[in-house]
Design a protein around this ligand. Structure first.
Ligand code: HEC
Length: 144
């Protein structure tokens, strides 16, 4: 209860009423609370891939294979974010990567399945909701 009250008070403080010529607009600063996918990334992935997913986590120098920069996945794939392949890499379906390197992320496999729309509009990929959160967070980090 206390948390709810505090949150809404903070939220109200971050909103500004802007009076324009034509009417009233309510503008709010973006919520600073991280998305579940961003939190999961910091908890499970940042130690190797780095807090900004650039491949520079604290243990990266000690790994046999350097963790790749995860903000360039789309760029390395002709500009398309390979949703299924990324989900499979994290989930461990593909079995491609060395089991010693990328650990299994069983907490990311909990919960119901959801359908995630592919960025090229060619349908959905179905995967566990927590995995979907972290994969779509990665998709949001893609740069040229
Ligand atoms: C113990 C270190 C470590 C952790 C923790 C880790 N990774 Fe990785 N990851 C690697 C390494 C090393 C590679 C490259 C070699 C490989 O594929 O096994 C990699 C590869 C990847 C790839 C493939 C990238 C590409 O370009 O194909 C993805 C996607 C990825 N990791 C996502 C994640 C996510 C998401 C998490 C957290 C849920 C995570 N990793 C946690 C070390 C790690």
């Amino acid at each position: 209860m206390t948390i709810t009250v505090k949150r809404s008070a903070r939220h109200a403080a971050r909103c500004a009423l802007i009076l324009g010529l034509g009417g009233l607009l309510v503008a709010c600063a973006p919520e600073p609370i991280p998305s579940p996918g961003a939190s999961a990334f910091q908890d499970y992935c940042a130690i190797c891939h780095g807090t900004r997913a650039l491949g520079d986590g604290p243990v990266a120098p000690d790994l046999k294979v350097p963790p790749p920069d995860l903000t360039l996945i789309a760029s390395r794939n002709g500009g398309v974010f390979p949703l299924r392949a990324v989900a499979d890499t994290v989930y461990g379906y593909s079995g491609k990567h060395d089991a010693d390197l990328m650990p299994e992320f069983s907490p990311l496999l909990d919960g119901p399945d959801v359908a995630v729309p592919k960025s090229d509009g060619s349908g959905d990929e179905v995967m566990p909701v927590r995995l979907a959160e972290v994969v779509t967070y990665l998709e949001s980090l893609q740069r040229e």
